[in-house]
Design a binder for this molecule. Structure first.
Ligand SMILES: Cc1ncc(COP(=O)(O)O)c(C=O)c1O
Length: 487
């Protein structure tokens, strides 16, 4: 149990082991989930409705344990929107938003919902080229034409945010643009002002940043900084079920009815109540203990940063503009390769969120404690030492280095006739597909972009070093899908 939990346990009451921190009194969906599963465990349910496992485990076993639908589980099919709305209102209040929806399909769905909530097909939007592939597909769905803006770079070559001036210039040269989409969730107040001066909403992909704004040592979250829309994965920075995400908006420049339509357009009609209840629980935890838990996270990250920065040759990203709970370890100066270090960490039961040739990025969250982070840091240091070699020049991921050359808007390219050609013959042709090293999942090639020799070489290098090439029809990169010649 966390310090927060033990401090708050009622003196004479036994804590409920299924809700050890006593969150249910402020979490309607969690409360409903606890009631439903207690009934199921007591054998009091005999549902003649989905899910097809019927809360029994004789057939597929424990894998469906705890799976409760929102509709017909957390409440009746006709009434479940009421507790859902209550939980979403509580989240909206916590983030200072006017509108909030819980998604059971990740920030992927949230990004697509927000893309569908602005403008109309054919309109331009200003978009960071460091966008996640989910937003790119959102642009395809919505038929929006991106005006790409490129981020600044840290000295390490890794991307920083897009400069406010870059957004301003793009808005000035594209006065018809109907929104700005950014991916770096920290420090967006200036961008919000620039967007608002142009009369358009700022939308921020804060997939990794659900904890921002809950401690004075953290940057404010995007809504507090003035953004109009924000998506965040509750399953990334917060202790929620995989796929849980929140889509939050301030209305004014965004229309709540349109937001609802856009959200529903691609959300399942059978949301997992378990995921929704875990978002509700994570929100209740953040509301009550967020400051304390974020303080611990800040302490743990600072200690890990200090320990790792003391490893000869290693650099840990730091300084102005770096979100203080981010731990980005640069390995080139140690001679160790990221993929080899990652393999050791996996073998030790400590998988990290991202590893490429020169970088290791573990994700620390409010669920981590001193023991977990201390053990991880020592195993990482030992792995670096085991693989130490001659220092080398870092080679940033192609996701950060390639300058896109758009020949067609993504939607047109997505639906255009296409053909498969060998990689060398693909140079100079227009890509029909999205190709991204994953992680980070940032496209090197988007549908409609010219396959340059530079992009091909960078992708080949990432692949040769052991990186996974995602979403390409041919992940070996021997062939590419290109728009049919002469179309
Ligand atoms: C920046 C960014 N946005 C959106 C997503 C999609 O999030 P989810 O996995 O919750 O669908 C990711 C996933 O890693 C991401 O990195």
């Amino acid at each position: 149990m966390t310090q927060a939990g033990s401090r708050r346990a009622a003196p004479m009451e036994m804590a409920d082991p299924r809700d050890p921190l006593g969150l249910r009194s402020d979490a309607p969906l969690l409360d409903a989930w606890l009631r439903f599963t207690a009934q199921a465990e007591a054998g009091l349910l005999n549902p003649m409705a989905v899910p097809g496992h019927k809360q029994r485990q004789e057939l597929t076993g424990a894998v469906t344990g705890g799976d409760v639908p929102l509709y017909g589980g957390l409440d009746s099919i006709k009434h479940a929107d009421v507790p859902l709305g209550d939980a979403e209102d509580r989240a909206a209040r916590l983030w200072g938003a006017d509108w909030c929806r819980f998604s059971v399909a990740g920030s992927t769905h949230g990004n697509q919902a927000l893309a569908l909530a602005v403008g109309s097909p054919g309109q331009e939007v200003i978009v960071t080229r460091c966008l996640h592939r989910s937003l790119l597909l959102g642009l395809v769905l919505a038929g929006l034409r991106p005006v790409w803006v490129l981020p600044e770079r840290h000295l390490s070559g890794l991307p920083a945010g897009v400069a406010v001036g870059t957004v301003r210039d793009a808005l000035a040269s594209h006065p018809e643009a109907c929104a700005v989409f950014l991916g770096d969730p920290s420090y967006v107040a200036g961008h919000a002002q620039a967007a608002h001066e142009a009369g358009v909403p700022l939308i921020v992909d804060a997939a990794w940043a659900a904890h921002l704004g809950f401690h004075p040592g953290l940057p404010p979250h995007a809504i507090a900084a003035g953004a109009d829309g924000m998506v965040t994965s509750a399953h990334k920075a917060l202790p929620a079920y995989t796929q849980g995400a929140l889509v939050l908006a301030r209305t004014g420049l965004l229309d709540p009815a349109r937001l609802d339509r856009a959200f529903e357009a691609t959300h399942t009609t059978s949301p997992a109540g378990t995921i929704a209840a875990s978002i509700d629980a994570a929100r209740a935890l953040l509301a009550r203990d967020g400051t304390e838990l974020c303080a611990r996270l800040l302490r743990l990250t600072a200690a890990a940063r200090q320990r790792l920065a003391a490893v000869p040759g290693a650099t840990v990203l730091d300084g102005p503009g770096v979100e203080p709970t981010k731990l980005v370890v640069l390995l080139a100066g140690t001679g160790a390769y990221g993929h080899a270090v990652e393999a050791d960490l996996i073998a030790a039961g400590m998988p990290v969120e991202m590893a490429d040739r020169d970088t290791i990025i573990p994700i620390l969250t409010i669920a981590d404690d001193e023991t977990a982070v201390g053990r991880f840091t020592e195993v990482l240091v030992a792995a670096i030492e085991r693989h130490r070699g001659a220092p080398r020049r870092p080679v940033p991921s192609p996701a950060w280095t390639v300058t896109p050359q758009m020949a067609l808007p993504p939607r047109e390219a997505f639906f255009a006739p296409n053909e498969t050609v060998g990689a060398d013959a693909a140079v100079g042709r227009v890509s029909a597909e999205l190709v991204a090293p994953y992680p980070p999942g940032v496209p090197v090639l988007a549908p409609g972009e010219i396959i340059t020799a530079e992009a091909l070489a960078a992708l080949r290098a990432a692949h040769a070093e052991g990186g996974r090439i995602a979403y390409a029809a041919d992940p070996t990169l021997a062939t590419f899908q290109v728009i049919t010649a002469g179309r």
